[in-house]
Design a binder for this molecule. Structure first.
Ligand code: FAD
Length: 426
């Protein structure tokens, strides 16, 4: 069996098939495993350029954490909250600002419990979900009748969750987090931003990858997948070819267009790939000097308008993490630009250094976490999950539960690996 893509989905699928006795070859385009998770050193410490936060409400991730015996770290909540209303800065406690966010959020999620009664089965009540699925977040926001303060706080929250312009991101992508988080804003914030793996996502990935023997080839980008008399042929960009009884394609939806399938994929899949997913945001790390308090700042439309202190260092500096809706307007290598942008969000702090990975221009991701555009659940979700003869599909972008999270990747890898192993025997 061949697995294409060595993110959490591909590595889990490879492990599951190997555990069932399959001979597995995993082909990964980058020179490392992990895909949109990437634990790497920066400024003398370890950071996560991609996925980082985990939670016990993410069942597949948490069971793997238990299995691997990994310790978790609970991050601190912010001490001081700042937010902008009509361009004017306001500041108070996080609790006070969260009360404003809650009012807007409650309106935003009205009706979601009926539309997503089974959050790990998004199509369960598709007739009710469809009215949300047809909307962008911006369209949903426009109809809530919020005052300016509620609107601006909610818009900034949503830009960070959607990691995309709100007029492009489908409303359901974010509404689903709410359903998966027990229909609670507090838990939505907690699941997506407080708990990390002490030794990094790399430790979890390594634990999964080393739980069963399979061959890995890094720096091997797949160009084509072809059905053959015996199963599947996989062709690399350097014109190597591999044969197997079955293949699992575990690459991001936005990177699938670079692989040629023969025969052509179903119409449903081609439509989904053409539509792609909308996330195009930035996750920026800033090392700054200033008052040693844990800040949490929101500003809609700002290049990294959801900014939180991550670590306070003993020397009075701190590491901040910012999320913004469009990586193409950010340049983390330009400290002057970062300083100017920081002044517009959190005045009084001096930038020492900054870094980010541009997942948008990265040919192996072309986006960040899955944020589907309107119509995904009505028209594409089911189609993307169907096998094409002996080719199976996996990846967080097409997960039933926590799509856009590590959990969704593991969920699909578990399913595809077991199914591929069964197919390989026929
Ligand atoms: C900035 C950022 C922050 C995030 N924050 C969180 C978070 O806090 N918590 C959380 O749970 N999730 C988070 N996520 C999402 C999470 O990281 C992803 O949903 C998950 O890691 C995706 O796993 P995957 O295996 O489905 O896809 P990927 O990790 O993208 O793996 C796909 C693999 O396929 C490879 N590939 C692509 N094309 C080819 C090809 N042609 N040939 C061979 N290989 C190919 C890629 O190189 C990649 O390794 C974040 C993501 C980003 C980018």
């Amino acid at each position: 069996m061949i697995v294409i893509g060595g993110g959490f989905a591909g590595v889990t699928a490879a492990r599951e098939a190997a555990l069932r006795g399959c001979t597995v070859l995993l082909l990964e385009g980058r020179e490392r495993l992990g895909g949109r998770t990437w634990t790497a050193p920066w400024d003398g410490r370890s950071i996560e350029y991609g996925g980082a936060w985990v939670h016990w409400h993410q069942p597949h991730t948490f069971s793997e954490i238990t299995r691997a015996g990994l310790a978790l770290t609970l991050g601190d909540d912010g001490e001081r909250a700042g937010w902008y209303v009509d361009g004017q800065r306001r500041s108070a406690t996080l609790k006070e600002r969260d009360a404003i966010a809650q009012r807007g959020w409650d309106r935003f999620v009205e009706g979601v419990q009926e539309a997503l009664p089974m959050p790990h089965d998004p199509l369960h009540a598709i007739d009710k979900l469809a009215r949300f699925d047809r909307l962008t977040i911006a369209e949903r926001l426009d109809h809530l009748g919020l005052d300016v303060e509620e609107h601006d706080v909610l818009a900034a929250e949503l830009e960070s969750l959607a990691h995309a312009p709100l007029d492009d991101a489908g409303a359901v992508s974010v509404l689903r987090w709410h359903a998966l988080s027990g229909y609670s804003l507090a838990l939505t914030q907690f699941t997506g931003g407080r708990v990390t793996i002490a030794r990094g996502t790399r430790a979890l990935l390594h634990a999964i990858a080393s739980a069963a023997p399979f061959e890995q080839r890094l720096g091997v980008a797949v160009a084509a997948v072809t059905h053959s008399a015996n199963g599947v042929e996989v062709h690399t960009r350097t014109a190597d070819a591999f044969e197997a009884r079955v293949a699992v394609v575990a690459v991001p939806v936005n990177a699938l267009g670079a692989i040629t399938f023969s025969p052509e994929l179903s119409e449903g899949k081609r439509g989904a790939i053409a539509q792609g997913q909308a996330s195009r945001g930035i996750k920026i790390f800033i090392h700054a000097r200033g008052e040693p308090v844990l800040n949490n700042s929101l500003r809609p439309g700002h290049p990294f308008g959801h900014l939180s202190s991550d670590v306070l260092f003993d020397d009075g500096t701190q590491q901040l993490i910012g999320f913004g809706r469009d990586a193409s307007v950010c340049d983390a290598t330009d400290v002057t630009w970062v300083q100017r942008s920081l002044d517009d969000l959190l005045p009084g702090y001096e930038v020492i250094d900054a870094t980010a990975h541009d997942w948008l221009v990265d040919e192996f991701s072309r986006g960040t976490w899955a944020i589907h555009r309107p119509g995904w659940y009505e028209h594409h979700h089911h189609a993307m999950q169907l096998p094409e003869d002996r080719v199976l599909f996996a990846g967080s972008d097409i997960a039933n539960g926590w799509a856009g999270f590590i959990d969704g990747a593991i969920e699909t890898g578990l399913r595809a690996g077991a199914r591929a192993a069964a197919m390989a025997r026929t």
